[in-house]
Design a protein around this ligand. Structure first.
Ligand SMILES: Nc1nc2c(ncn2[C@@H]2O[C@H](COP(=O)(O)OP(=O)(O)O)[C@@H](O)[C@H]2O)c(=O)[nH]1
Ligand SMILES: [Mg+2]
Ligand SMILES: [Zn+2]
Length: 328
């Protein structure tokens, strides 16, 4: 065993601290910036703070905590390896984790606020690139008028998502339409709900996990004591599994470096690309591009292809700006 420079055996010391309950494993069940709520293996929740700038814990993370007996505080010492990370690009272009250890990403849109399918696409790309399953949900079905011409457009979007391999559902948290079908897809998995502010993410979660409202202490209060929804929070499902509510967004940009470099996380592009003439085809103007041909022949949804091209341009510009060495 390696002797540390400070003269004690780290393994033994850790063991001792664990036996005394000073060090323990927990899961982050709410995160408001660096204010965390962690739940230990006994199911007890504790307010905690990351120990040092290096520790970047997000909702869903498994973490190693240490009790500071002197000040009565709990510190998150380290984040245990994640099985998946949903990340976003910050304004400066670097990757920032939003939620960790997800199995499924639930992207929600609604008749109101006015939906933007390109935001949905970008979430789906992040999910597919990170190896998670994803689901597209149209909420507020009770507001949909069958004669509304916009319904045709939404149906076209949903058909394209199904063709790409994603499951889709039309639900209502108010009328509870198709909530059982949604619940069946969520059981025994950890899922995060994402989408524009106001689409009904929190309402859906409240309808699906009603009895599990967790006490977040001072976490979801601002300095003035008002409640905010800017925290990510995890709710247990009675049948097993958990739902994570995330703050609503105006827009979402995936972390460029975490996108699958060839298809950018578009499953249908990935499939079609096996027919491209060049292995490094970017699926734009290249000769013999099976993806572009499929779009021209309407086997690939035109809007999804446009979405791919937009994301491709953004990604390539950012990779270019990072300079050589980081290029892929
Ligand atoms: N008509 C209708 N309104 C809904 C439904 N779900 C949520 N809402 C309303 O939409 C607004 C935003 O809901 P909220 O859950 O806070 O959205 P979030 O920002 O995505 O978490 C609230 O006024 C909800 O009452 C629904 O299924 N039908
Ligand atoms: Mg909300
Ligand atoms: Zn191609």
């Amino acid at each position: 065993m390696v002797q540390s420079s400070r003269g004690y055996i780290p393994g033994l010391a850790d063991h001792g601290r664990r036996a005394l309950g000073l060090e323990f494993e927990a899961q982050v069940i709410a995160a408001y910036g660096r204010h965390l709520l962690v739940r230990d293996t006994d199911g007890t929740s504790h307010e905690a703070r990351p120990f040092g700038r290096r520790v970047q814990a997000v909702c869903g993370d498994r973490v190693l905590c240490e009790r500071d007996t002197h000040h009565g505080e709990i510190h998150v010492k380290s984040v245990l390896p994640r099985r998946s990370t949903l990340a976003r690009a910050t304004l400066r272009g670097s990757a920032e984790a939003i939620v960790a250890n997800l199995d499924l990403l639930v992207t929600v849109f609604a008749p109101l606020p006015k939906p933007d399918p390109f935001i949905i696409d970008r979430y789906l790309c992040a999910a597919s690139s990170a190896g998670m399953s994803a689901l597209v949900v149209l909420n507020k079905a009770d507001l949909i008028d069958a004669a509304d011409p916009a319904l045709d457009e939404w149906q076209t979007w949903l058909a394209a998502y199904r063709a790409a391999g994603y499951e889709t559902l039309i639900v209502s948290s108010h009328s509870r339409q198709h909530l059982d079908a949604l619940r069946a897809l969520l059981a025994h998995r950890t899922s995060a709900f994402v989408g524009q502010s106001g689409v009904g993410k929190s309402s859906l979660i409240a309808a699906l996990a009603p009895a599990t409202d967790i006490a977040t202490g001072t976490l979801d209060k601002t300095e003035e004591g008002r409640h905010t929804t800017t925290a990510s929070r995890l709710f247990d499902l009675s049948e097993g599994g958990a739902l994570i509510d995330s703050p609503g967004v105006r827009d979402y940009a995936p972390a460029i470096d975490s996108l699958e470099p060839h298809s950018l996380g578009f499953p249908e592009v990935d499939q079609l690309a096996t027919g491209c003439k060049f292995l490094d085809c970017r699926h734009l103007r290249e000769p013999g591009c099976a993806v572009r041909l499929a779009a021209e022949g309407h086997q690939l949804d035109a809007r999804r292809y446009e979405s791919y091209r937009r994301l491709r341009r953004i990604r390539d510009e950012l990779i270019e700006a990072q300079g050589p060495g980081k290029r892929s």
